[in-house]
Design a protein around this ligand. Structure first.
Ligand code: NDP
Length: 495
């Protein structure tokens, strides 16, 4: 296969404004991503195979708009083949003692660690996220998830689901583009540990690390058909989630698509878990340590360009500290470096796709049109690629679209409150309920507030902290089912 290992025209990271110090460029080499083929088929039954159709899609580097590779648009027939391969593999895989399945998961985790630099660079190139995040967060999380669920594989009798809990069967898993490899690990690790086999469809803008993971499955000697990867767009996803021979569907993505899958599966025996959108409130009380809270707010919304379902996209700040807090926040935002995702000093990389950039632009324009006040630090954006400045909206009312809809970009909407009760009421005034943050120095206030927030995860004096042992999931339109921890096993067990 012809290879595409050309160097990219890397965009330049912006130096912080007004400071005494600037950073020298510290670029990671794109060559560390290893060989990227010019075109890819699917991974079915342990082999890389061609699609039965002729349609191909392209994945681009969002920081340069350079095409990285072509990949197959999975057809209904491809999905049939993958589900049949998973079904065939299920009998032997589910009959293996848990301790034997664990060995494969441990092996995958170790290979992910060994190949961590390659995976981090590949993810950064395909997704646009900063190398600092893929290197220090995404890839370590992937390994941690496999290690964690490897540990459960031989202890399922003690997980609280009765003696000898049985796997569900074949799991169809559809994942989004914001944490491609990490979402894959969240789905595949618990499914395999519990004895299921899987067919996974990555997002159309970020298929490369899932295809590289297929190589890792082969390297780990995973039995054929236990993991199958079928690429393609939403049509492939729909063919997979509607397939009559899957026993379980796990979906992470937008609420409208999640809703359509729930409708599709209503009344069938197929088990479903949904991890959908969010519009999290990050509540800052007047006694919060300002600098620490500013760091948390910045991490909460600008991490991963704000492409985070649990992003703290609504800041609720107590009115008495509003001016002081916003001044400190703007000062901190002015030091954020936007640019080359492969530069180790970059804080905010590229927006994942032109479609997502248009969506962010449309919503932020609506914010201005509805009367909110927009502010961004001055920073030059690279000429090619998809970029969006870190943006703050003040004077936001609860009725504004930017306070209600998931923007999924580096955009923070600021609302104020006077009393704790008002903070809780405003925080819960959303159709979503995935996460929330509380900033205060009083433990009693944390407990009082947390117990009233309708959110699956509540962080106190921190934000965006994840651990494989901790369950994650939503209320209301943010979905149902939990991923992570002992709770995450339930989605893949016949209980
Ligand atoms: P989608 O929900 O469309 O995509 C998520 C995954 O589902 C992708 O793999 C997608 O394929 C696939 N898919 C699309 N349509 C169907 C279908 N009918 N049946 C089964 N699978 C399907 O999200 P988008 O990528 O379009 O993003 C739109 C918005 O959704 C974002 O702006 C953001 O607000 C939100 N979002 C939320 C996420 C979260 O984690 N909560 C993650 C991603 C997006 P394909 O990639 O080919 O479209």
């Amino acid at each position: 296969m012809a290879k595409n290992t050309k160097k990219t025209d890397a965009p330049v990271a912006q130096a912080p404004r007004g400071g005494l110090f600037t950073y020298a460029p510290a670029p990671e080499s794109p060559a560390a991503a290893g060989d990227i083929a010019t075109s890819y088929g699917h991974f079915i039954g342990g082999e890389f195979v061609d699609s039965s159709g002729s349609e191909a899609l392209k994945t681009v580097n969002p920081a340069t708009e350079q095409v990285l590779a072509e990949f197959a648009q999975g057809t209904g027939e491809d999905v049939d083949r993958a589900v049949a391969a998973a079904r065939k593999a299920f009998a032997d895989w589910s009959a293996l003692p848990g301790s034997e399945r664990a060995k494969y998961l441990f092996r995958i985790a170790r290979i992910v660690q060994e190949r961590s630099r390659e995976l981090a660079v590949l993810e950064s190139i395909d997704n646009g996220k900063p190398i600092r995040e893929t290197r220090d967060f995404d890839v370590p999380m992937v390994a941690a998830w496999f290690f964690y669920y490897a540990g459960w594989a031989d202890k399922l009798d003690y997980a609280g689901y009765g003696p000898n809990p049985r796997p569900v069967g074949v799991a169809a898993q559809v994942i989004p583009w914001n944490f491609p490899l990490m979402m894959l690990a969240w789905k595949i690790a618990p499914a395999l540990a519990t004895g299921n086999t899987v067919v996974l469809k990555p997002a159309e803008t970020t298929p490369l690390t899932a295809l590289r993971f297929a190589e890792i499955c082969r390297q780990a000697g995973l039995p054929k058909g236990v993991v199958n990867i079928v690429t393609g767009d939403g049509r492939t996803g729909a063919a997979l989630t509607a397939h009559p021979d899957v026993d379980k569907v796990a979906f992470t993505g937008s609420t409208p698509v999640g809703r359509s899958i729930a409708r599709q599966l209503a009344g069938t025996r197929t088990k479903l878990s949904l991890e959908l959108g969010g519009k999290a409130a990050n509540i800052v009380f007047d006694d919060a340590p300002i600098d620490q809270a500013v760091e948390g707010i910045v991490n909460g919304i600008f991490f991963n360009q704000g492409h985070v379902c649990c992003a703290g996209s609504r800041l609720l700040v107590q009115e008495s500290v509003q001016d002081e807090f916003l001044e400190a926040l703007k000062r901190r935002m002015s030091t954020l470096r936007v640019g080359d995702p492969l530069d180790k000093n970059t804080d905010i990389g590229a927006i994942n796709s032109s479609a997502q950039l248009s969506r962010i632009t449309e919503l932020t324009d609506a914010g201005e049109a509805e009367g909110a006040e927009r502010w961004s630090p001055s920073c030059d954006l690279p000429g090619t690629g998809y970029w969006f400045r870190p943006t703050l909206f003040t004077g936001v009312s609860q009725a504004h679209r930017i306070a209600r809809e998931e923007i999924f970009g580096p955009v923070l909407s600021v609302l104020t409150f006077r009393t704790p009760a008002e903070a809780v009421e405003k925080a819960n005034n959303t159709p979503y309920g995935l996460s929330a943050g509380i900033w205060t120095e009083k433990g009693s206030r944390i407990l009082w507030t947390a117990s009233r927030l309708k959110a699956g995860v509540v962080w106190a004096n921190t934000f965006n902290k994840f651990d494989p042992a901790s369950p994650f999931g939503g209320y209301k339109e943010s979905g149902y089912g939990r991923e992570g921890g002992r709770h995450g096993l339930e989605a893949y067990l016949d209980v």
